[in-house]
Design a protein around this ligand. Structure first.
Ligand SMILES: [Zn+2]
Ligand SMILES: [Zn+2]
Ligand SMILES: [Zn+2]
Ligand SMILES: [Zn+2]
Ligand SMILES: [Zn+2]
Ligand SMILES: [Zn+2]
Length: 239
């Protein structure tokens, strides 16, 4: 007879953590943070088997590829590090925010991308903009001779030219790829929209993982360099 409650729950090991981990199901209201991507823990997850240790991983973060070929950094592949390679928090070259969990890292260029940022979709729709936004791996102002900086249309902060932008060319409207802090004089509803962008980022990370798993099974290749996505649906060139 199959028991629905096994007495000994199996534990697994992950190279990112010294203690064994156990499978758990994260509910949104617990407000736990994944130790890998540093985003809210949702869905299938792993938890440190030691009760006094707050180490959690999304299942998708447990299964990340060790090496990644990413369009944002075409000359070198990126290697998964389970902590900052610098002995202090790194700055994500995609969103500009600090990170202290996992990073996709290029040691030659000291280029770092949060694992959550590495899998964000190339096209998104914001409720407060009528057109779809396309992901750019630098701001539209990159290389401008007059030195003009791009300003995020949501948080109104200057953006350094190598940050990624969700952009509408038609309107010259663009935003950070992270959830921007919203100015107090904006409508309060925007906060919810930012929260949903965060959820979208997590969803897409998980979807990418499913796709990866399928690819791995299909190709039966381990630790290979994996190329994500095809050509962008829209192509903007800012050289
Ligand atoms: Zn995670
Ligand atoms: Zn632990
Ligand atoms: Zn980031
Ligand atoms: Zn590099
Ligand atoms: Zn912003
Ligand atoms: Zn537009």
């Amino acid at each position: 007879m199959a028991s629905t409650r096994p007495v000994n729950r199996p534990s697994v090991r992950h190279p990112s953590h010294t203690h064994p981990l156990r499978v758990c199901k994260a509910r949104g209201e617990d407000e736990m943070i994944c130790s890998g991507c540093e985003l809210e823990l949702t869905g299938q997850a792993f938890k440190c088997a030691k009760s006094d240790c707050d180490y959690f991983l999304h299942k998708s973060c447990f299964d990340l590829p060790r090496e990644l070929s990413h369009k944002s950094h075409p000359d070198h592949s990126l290697t998964l590090h389970h902590s900052s390679p610098y002995g202090q928090p790194y700055t994500c070259d995609a969103c500009g925010e600090y990170g202290s969990g996992f990073t996709y890292h290029c040691s030659a260029c000291q280029y770092d991308v949060h694992v959550g940022c590495a899998f964000i979709p190339e096209n998104v729709k914001r409720e407060d903009h009528e057109h779809p936004l396309t992901l750019l791996y630098n701001t539209p102002c990159k290389g401008r001779e007059d030195g003009a900086m791009f300003i995020c249309d949501v948080c109104e902060e200057d953006m350094t030219e190598n940050l990624w932008v969700y952009y509408c060319k038609e309107c010259d409207y663009g935003t950070h790829v992270h959830s921007c802090p919203v100015h107090e004089n904006h409508q309060p509803k925007k906060r919810e929209r930012e929260a949903s962008l965060e959820a979208l980022r997590m969803q897409s990370l998980m979807a990418a993982q499913d796709e990866l798993a399928a690819m791995r099974i299909r190709d039966n290749i381990k630790n290979s360099v994996i190329h994500f996505g095809d050509e962008p649906r829209y192509k903007w060139v800012y050289e």
